[in-house]
Design a protein around this ligand. Structure first.
Ligand SMILES: Cc1cc2nc3c(=O)[nH]c(=O)nc-3n(C[C@H](O)[C@H](O)[C@H](O)COP(=O)(O)OP(=O)(O)OC[C@H]3O[C@@H](n4cnc5c(N)ncnc54)[C@H](O)[C@@H]3O)c2cc1C
Length: 445
């Protein structure tokens, strides 16, 4: 949903709550505040809402800005439940996951549960031994998953299964994720079982949330950037904003204005929030830790496929791939995501070095292997790089921060504050749940 040009619109002098960023975290927060009677404003620096959770139409395909139109825990997880409560949006549970192997020239695709549990079952004594040692030795939270698996001499096959799960779900390799966090994330997948496909794609969810917010008299402004968070004695006072699109003169000084509020919810990530604070606030331990947060990076291909390797939208984990963690032929689950007669495959890859070109080339080699002779370079509809200000995750698993900050009235939501065990957009919904539970923002005006 692209918004109007808001440069010349008048804002109210004061709001009860200002939300910075209309990513899925900001939108879910605003949607939950509809009917509270509070005066809320949500500002987005870009010309569209949804951030990394929306889609852009291209020749009949729905190209996503981030998420693969999937949610890890289907309709029963934190995201599915929240969407159900707010907009009754349908999410269809995926029936299967798959593991893909290349044996000689042949591609073998096996259903996920028999393949994974078969491997773990063969390794059961090693896994139990490694876990017992882990508990006995009181390992720190930073002890990596690969150290844990190697210490137990767990087989390469089980490691390959877990590696692909971590690559796809967390955009991390096993040496980057603490065993402790991988354990919690795996537990959530066992609890909620299968992922879900968002019918109509991420863009439809974003559009419907935008409509709910607009109907609820919440001021939703695109093309407006937050420049500074204004404080008095460590208490929120307001936000300085300006138009993202500068006037013809190239000078947007004229657009600058101060919006007053006692509550700010920031959805732009912990690091970007820190950058909006006055310098003397940044010395606090909470903010100093934020400087050290590591982001998860990655890349993504949208591919038009002639012969999909599977018949449904289940996630396929290619065990031998160098960089691709997993993919889904999303159009198998929802025909509206591709034009008639075409199939849309979305593949997600991790980056293991700073050399983006090389990393993407390795991903293309993976695609050639996975799709075989039917794959042609021209079938790639888009290649997206996710790092710096547009990463896969604003805090890699284990580096997340709390929703509340030491500044009175300043709160964080989004994928820099995922509760333990939650991943991707489930973590974003989880952070919004915590915000609403731990603060009185929901209480009527
Ligand atoms: C390649 C990839 C694949 C993914 N796959 C999945 C998946 O399949 N399933 C899933 O559940 N999740 C997936 N995710 C994760 C999911 O997309 C994100 O967790 C989620 O979209 C993050 O939402 P957010 O609101 O926290 O942040 P964002 O989407 O980044 O929103 C922040 C918003 O704030 C705006 N902003 C920034 N600075 C300012 C400022 N100063 N003033 C005003 N506005 C500002 C930005 O423009 C943006 O719109 C994937 C992510 C990526 C990148």
């Amino acid at each position: 949903m692209s918004g109007p040009d808001n440069r010349y619109l008048k804002f109210d002098d004061e709001y009860d709550i200002i939300i910075i960023g209309a990513g899925i975290g900001g939108l879910l927060t605003a949607a939950n505040l509809v009917n509270t009677g509070k005066k809320v404003c949500i500002i987005e620096r870009m010309g569209f809402i949804g951030g990394r959770f929306t889609s852009i139409p291209y020749n009949g395909f729905k190209i996503s800005t981030g998420a693969l139109h999937l949610v890890p825990h289907g309709s029963t997880g934190p995201m599915g439940k929240m969407l159900k409560g707010l907009i009754h949006h349908p999410i269809s549970k995926l029936k299967n996951n798959y593991f893909l192997r290349k044996i000689g020239n042949e591609i073998q695709v096996k259903k996920g549960i028999p393949s994974y549990f078969g491997s773990v079952l063969r390794d059961r004594f090693k896994v139990v031994g490694a876990t017992a040692k882990y508990v006995r030795d009181g390992r720190p939270d930073t002890y990596s998953a690969i150290e844990y698996l190697n210490e137990g001499k767990v087989s390469e096959d089980t490691i390959a299964h877990l590696r692909k799960f971590a690559n796809f779900t967390l955009s991390l390799d096993l040496d980057e994720i603490p065993a402790y966090h991988l354990g919690y994330v795996s537990r959530s997948f066992i609890r909620y079982w299968k992922p879900g496909l968002i019918m109509g794609g991420c863009g439809l969810v974003t559009k419907r949330l935008g409509e709910l917010i607009a109907k609820g008299n919440i001021d939703l402004r695109t093309n407006i950037t937050a420049n500074k968070i204004l404080l008095t004695d460590r208490v929120v006072k307001g936000v300085e904003v300006s138009s993202t699109i500068s006037h013809g003169s190239g000078n947007n000084e004229r657009d600058k204005m101060e919006l007053m509020t006692k509550n700010i919810v920031s959805d732009i990530g912990p690091k970007a929030t820190l950058n909006l604070l006055p310098n003397d606030e940044k010395d606090d331990m909470f903010w100093r830790n934020i400087k050290n947060i590591r982001e998860a990076t990655g890349f993504k291909f949208h591919v038009k496929v002639k012969k999909p390797p599977v018949k449904d939208a289940g996630v396929v984990f290619p065990l031998q791939a160098l960089r691709i963690g997993g993919f889904s032929v999303v159009s198998n689950g929802d025909r509206s995501l591709a034009p008639k007669g075409s199939n849309l495959l979305i593949a997600h890859g991790i980056m293991k070095s700073e050399d983006t070109k090389r990393e993407v080339e390795m991903g293309i080699t993976d695609l050639e292997q996975i799709l075989g002779p039917s794959f042609e370079y021209e079938d790639i509809l888009s290649i997206g790089i996710f790092k710096d200000t547009w990463p896969v995750n604003r805090a890699m698993q284990g580096d997340d921060v709390k929703v509340s900050t030491p500044i009175k009235g300043l709160y964080l939501v989004g994928d820099g504050c995922k509760p333990i065990g939650t991943s991707m957009a489930e973590g974003v919904a989880g952070s919004v749940n915590i915000l609403l539970k731990q603060t009185d923002l929901l209480k009527g005006a």
